[in-house]
Write a protein that binds this ligand. Sequence first.
Ligand SMILES: NC(=[NH2+])NCCC[C@H](N)C(=O)O
Length: 410
Amino acid sequence: MATERTPFLNVRSEIGRLKAVMLHRPGRELERITPQYLHELLFDDIPWLKKMREEHDGFANALRMKGCTVYYYEEMLADILNDEHVKVQLVTEVLEKCNIAHPDLEGLIRDFLLQKNSQEIAEILIAGLHKKDFPDIEREKRLVDYIKEEYPFYINPLPNLYFTRDPGAVIGNGLCVNAMNTHARDRETMILKYIYDYHPTFRKDLSPLWYSYDRKYSLEGGDILVLSERVIAVGCSERTSARGIEDLAMNLFRGDEKIKEVIAVQIPFTRAYMHLDTVFTMVDYDKFTIYPGVEDKVRVFRLTEGKTCPKVTPMENFQGALKEVLGLPAIQFIQSGGGDEVTAAREQWNDSTNTLAIAPGVVVTYNRNEASNATLRKHGIEVVEIEGSELVRGRGGPRCMSMPLARETI
Ligand SMILES: NC(=[NH2+])NCCC[C@H](N)C(=O)O
């Protein structure tokens, strides 16, 4: 039987009909956030898991109704853990990064985990291992056993994993496994790299790796926008470093014959707009939605192939730059918030500009952002609304919650 030579991963735009996506259904990791660790875990509030899951299922169903296949991170992780070699290697690498103080404990936890089945291990690698969930196995007392340490976990939970956008990004037929800016999200990318390496769906043999999580310079998926088959935009932000953008650009220029330009978009470095997609997303061939408070603060640079590093050219303004790189006579910026400053700021905080395009001119958004949704519709965009009262507490919208694996080429 001949093996199929078509790569599964294929994203050549932001708006081509979405065929396959990776999501993570919120799990017990969300119930491990306490007020004390909110900041460190990149949350602003304590979410209610039951409701969050209902909302997330609503999101997944909305995508399925539009013909998109949904893959779940946790299921793919459990699949690869069925291989004994992968299981040992991944569990070992996770524990090495956990800084467990007692010298015998790392080995004991490793044995404890390896006895479990793949689903159970997958759950612990995502939800974390609370100290009280580990049996008190007889071991020699060391100083650390006498010291009362507050931190409650041996393996920290990954509450941000439902924002699957950030740890990885498919560009063309390849995958970027990102280098996260915060320690709280590191393991999300490590696991994604294992899924890429070992899950047959990813067809690693046909899909190059553009970036890897062990690189020094941070790069996060919320900053990466695939504008067309020849141009991508990357936000230079609180989370994504200038050097990360340059390194990615060089890898793309060398490895993908279609990508010719990377547009670096510098946005203000602040929590309210941690990634480019929190203030700006593409909704149609020539339409973008943007948070009005940010437009004049953006700076744009064009990166093209150079000998050892990309050639950098400053560009005049954001709209003009997009028009030029997309080769369009005009483009439209749809201002979120319906023209009112206060509403725009409130809705931006709740991810009004974080739309997920599922086809040209069709986007998924939270229903709570009424003014921004109405404005999109006024501009001819079809808006598919989902509930997001609990999902929004992690500071992300439909785009953040999805990692497109395959889109129809437009
Ligand atoms: N693509 C995005 N805008 N993702 C939002 C991620 C939110 C998450 N709490 C974080 O701070 O990392």
